[in-house]
Design a protein around this ligand. Structure first.
Ligand code: ATP
Ligand code: MG
Length: 447
């Protein structure tokens, strides 16, 4: 018989439930990923046992009543945390995610039929083998994402499934079955009423997936329901030799080539969002978007806030959008300064945004600029390999040493320290206390 390798701790939970007389299976993402030959990141168990019965049958494990009202118990066994849920038949989804009413059922078939997509609606246990009622295996093989049941109805019940369809298609690199695809577009207005955090969780996964650009392109009108600020990019011609298409086409092309790192992908998606508001044309017909980086930053800020993204992510995205247009091309001194100002992580993310932006542009500009950007990365890696002094902490002296040398604490001392850091990081001074104290004395006299 066909087998899935279930980890021992999960297997023990299935056995304990079965021993108490309750059918129990692993279900959903873990079955899908196992069949795809991937290692599942977690294992979900579903069972006929009601919550009270589950607690009894699993009493020898450590239990947390995480979602007990919806029939979910987190079972801890040998370091594995396994969500174990009573078979359900969902009611309506008022908040578009958690059903208002939960009806438990003893039937695995009923539980599987409430699940979103055929590839997510398979169950397995060593005792029962693979339970695939909706052709999930066939769809996995054909790389097709398809709703369980009638797609219009399934998206009406829960609009989050619309974004989930786009997300899974992008992550798995599956096509979307035509009726499911039509229903996404037909039901897209429902996305407006979803909790923004829920949309953001799905969008984050979608954006970092291999099929992100393909899906955003194919379902653009659904994207605009979630991020209306993107819509004006769609028809925006550029009339500029650097570009081959509209702002939207350029954005998708850049996204296609962007490193799959969340702040980078988000910044690439939003980097030109301010262009339509900044469009102008010379008399000779050439188009310009003066000031678009600042405008894009402003809109990116609003988009990130509206998606309730955390402040660190929002600020990083804004930084990447703000500077996407300022080329980092240049000499070693400039690169040292940028590394110091931005920090290593943001520096390389900005380089990734600029590289993606360039890859989405027209020839010959693209081929000219790419080697320059590659060289910036190469130089930056060389500089970092010397373990340079790029932060105050790494400086050979601190404020305390300056006070000991007779300087008064205050803003002036801050200025002196910053100047020292600049000089050291740009290779003008050796990072030793004697040299730095001496130099501090000199600039103090100048100030
Ligand atoms: P991953 O965790 O890798 O993102 P997953 O398939 O495990 O993928 P989850 O969001 O963890 O996705 O959901 C677990 C399972 O619950 C899904 O496989 C699906 O069967 C079901 N499910 C989740 N959300 C919905 C929904 N909105 N409508 C119907 N079924 C859902
Ligand atoms: Mg999961």
């Amino acid at each position: 018989m066909f087998q899935i390798a279930i980890p021992q701790p999960v297997e023990e939970i299935l056995s304990a439930l079965e021993a108490a007389g309750f059918p129990a299976v692993v279900v959903g993402g873990c079955v899908r990923d196992s069949l795809l030959g991937k290692t599942p990141h977690d294992w979900d168990v579903a069972t006929a046992a009601r919550p009270e019965e589950m607690k009894q049958a699993l009493s020898r494990f450590r239990l947390a009543e995480t979602g007990i009202r919806h029939g979910t118990l987190t079972v801890r066994n040998q370091g594995e945390a396994v969500e174990t849920t009573t078979f359900r038949q969902d009611g309506s989804y008022g908040d578009s995610r958690h059903p208002d009413t939960v009806t438990f059922t003893r039937s695995l078939e009923t539980d599987l039929s409430r699940r979103d997509f055929t590839v997510n609606a398979m169950a397995y246990s060593p005792k029962r083998g693979l339970v695939d009622l909706f052709g999930g295996q066939e769809d996995l093989q054909a790389k097709v994402l398809r709703c369980v049941g009638n797609p219009e109805q399934r998206f009406t019940e829960d609009a989050l499934r619309i974004v989930r369809a786009m997300r899974f298609s992008a992550v798995l690199d599956f096509s979307i079955e035509p009726a499911t695809g039509e229903a996404i577009l037909a039901q897209k207005e429902r996305l407006r009423y979803l909790a923004r955090e829920r949309i953001a969780d799905e969008l984050k996964k979608l954006l970092c997936a291999p099929g992100a650009a393909r899906i955003l392109g194919a379902f653009a009108p659904a994207v605009w329901e979630m991020i209306p600020e993107l819509e004006p990019c769609f028809g925006q011609q550029q009339y500029n030799p650097h570009h081959f298409g509209t702002v939207w086409e350029h954005t998708l092309a850049a996204l296609e080539h962007a490193e799959p790192i969340l702040p980078v992908r988000l910044a690439v998606l939003l980097h030109d969002i301010g262009k339509p508001a900044c469009f102008s044309r010379e008399e000779n017909g050439v188009g310009h978007f003066y000031g678009h980086a600042a405008k894009s930053t402003e809109i990116a800020d609003a988009v990130c806030r509206s998606l309730r993204l955390d402040n660190a992510l929002r600020e990083r995205v804004m930084l990447l959008v703000r500077y996407h247009d300022g080329p980092m091309i240049g000499n070693e001194k400039l690169i040292r300064r940028r590394l110091r100002q931005l920090g290593e992580e943001a520096f390389f993310q900005l380089l990734a945004v600029q590289t993606a932006d360039t890859l989405g542009q027209a020839e010959p500009y693209r081929s000219q600029r790419l080697p320059q950007l590659a060289q910036v990365g190469e130089l930056a890696r060389q500089i970092l390999a010397e373990r340079p002094c790029l932060t105050m902490d790494a400086l050979a002296i601190s404020g305390r040493d300056l006070i000991a040398a007779g300087m008064n604490p205050g803003p002036e001392m801050g200025r002196v320290l910053r100047r020292l850091l600049e000089a050291v990081s740009e290779g003008e001074l050796d990072n030793t206390s004697a040299v730095l104290l001496n130099y501090a004395q000199q600039i103090r006299e100048k100030i």
